[in-house]
Design a protein around this ligand. Structure first.
Ligand code: BGC
Length: 386
């Protein structure tokens, strides 16, 4: 190896190590394939540059300022997705890109068409929050074949090689937090056990929903087994508890029928809810049935639920700040634009056909006790705590 080339390789290795140190995810861990690829690519790029003084290899060639970036969202039915629509526009424009942002109203063919049109419109990166994690394989592979980067947003992209990485809040961890809050709330507000509870899951097509449920059950199952918790309906499988399309009215109808079928002579003490909209539907159903409000978990820190947590009507929610997740995504897009490829991460998820690099942020549980701390830097939510 010539001196000049050796220097370039050493510099690239140092840069790459700095990149890994700076961009690593929250979790510590062993070097993964993703990191090795990153390092090898950087070294190869330096060798190439040193030998030929040419640009980096095609796969990390970068793209121009002002490039078109597609963002495909599943629907705008919960506050987090509405925030994502606004914040992607603001943050991508501020970074000098030309965003195309579309939401698909829970209709898979509509989402497929929207992604196709982003490909036709010359997007350099397409960010996708899938309605159904398994139904976009073909169109995402088409995007990859066209040299477009594909980043999953908030939800995993399953059964496809058409994905470069996914940014999300830990989904199993979210479920663990929801269940632990339910247990804590029961001990705090409902006296000594045993406690009567019911379980709700999110939309079965959404890859997050079974993970939330799995995380929650890892905490709740031992307490069901030791008799602290009784699921009075006996409905404990995800398929029995899921809420099609995350539809609040379907959750409310299920809660109504659970209450009339199993609780005419019993008190309900707690309910596992996968998000805030469903939590409010469950609470409303219990109020309508003349029950004392049970301890109910949630997710998203939606404004209305932050108010309910503050007034004691909903016990907990989980904050997964959209601005931070969008910022993480834009940071990755900048890395791609600059020709640095996908940043290193030590977390991956099996999507059925490949290990997908995951860029994970930590969800945070919120109760009345810590709400002011959690939202200290969020003036609009702080306003609700009055
Ligand atoms: C998101 C939640 C959201 C739910 C319904 C999930 O994938 O992680 O934030 O409440 O979808 O839109």
């Amino acid at each position: 190896m010539k001196g000049k080339k050796l220097l370039a390789v050493l510099a690239a290795t140092a840069m790459s190590v700095a990149l890994i140190a700076g961009c690593g995810s929250e979790r510590e861990g062993a070097t993964t394939g993703a990191q090795e690829t990153e390092t090898t690519a950087a070294v190869a790029a330096a060798e190439e540059t040193a030998d030929t003084a040419e640009a980096a290899p095609a796969e990390s060639a970068g793209f121009e300022d002002g490039a078109t970036i597609g963002v495909s969202l599943p629907w705008l039915g919960t506050q987090n997705w509405k925030e994502a629509e606004t914040m992607f526009k603001e943050q991508l424009e501020a970074a000098g890109y030309n965003p195309i942002i579309q939401a698909a109203d829970q209709k898979v063919p509509q989402q497929q068409q929207q992604i196709e049109s982003m490909i036709e419109n010359g997007a350099k990166v397409i960010v996708v929050g899938p309605i159904d994690g398994t139904q976009l394989g073909a169109v995402l592979e088409q995007a990859k074949d066209a040299g477009i980067y594909v980043i999953g947003y908030d939800r995993l992209l399953e059964n496809t090689t058409g994905v470069d990485g996914v940014v999300q809040f830990g989904s199993v961890k979210t479920g663990e937090l929801q269940a632990q809050a339910l247990l804590d709330g029961l001990a705090k507000e409902k006296g000594e056990g045993p406690y009567n509870i019911e379980l709700f899951g999110g939309g079965p097509a959404d890859p997050n929903a079974p993970n939330f449920f799995k995380g929650a059950m890892s905490v709740l199952q031992p307490k069901i087994d030791d008799g602290t918790l009784t699921v009075v309906s006996g409905q404990v499988d995800f398929t029995q508890c899921a809420t099609a399309d995350w539809d609040n009215s379907k959750a409310q109808a299920r809660m109504d029928s659970l209450l009339s079928g199993f609780y005419s002579d019993k008190e309900i003490h707690g309910v596992l809810s996968p998000n805030d909209g469903i939590a409010r539907a469950i609470i409303t159903s219990c109020e309508n049935a003349g029950q004392d409000i049970p301890v109910v978990s949630g997710l998203d820190a939606e404004n209305e639920s932050v108010e309910w947590v503050w007034s004691g009507r909903q016990y907990s929610t989980v904050a997964k700040p959209t601005d931070a997740l969008v910022a993480k995504t834009v940071e990755i897009i900048n890395s791609l634009k600059d020709g640095n490829g996908m940043p290193a991460t030590d977390v991956t998820a099996d999507n059925g056909v490949m290990e997908v690099p995951i860029y994970e942020l930590p969800p945070v549980v919120v109760t009345k006790d810590n709400a002011k701390e959690v939202f200290a830097n969020d003036p609009s939510r702080m306003e609700l705590l009055k």
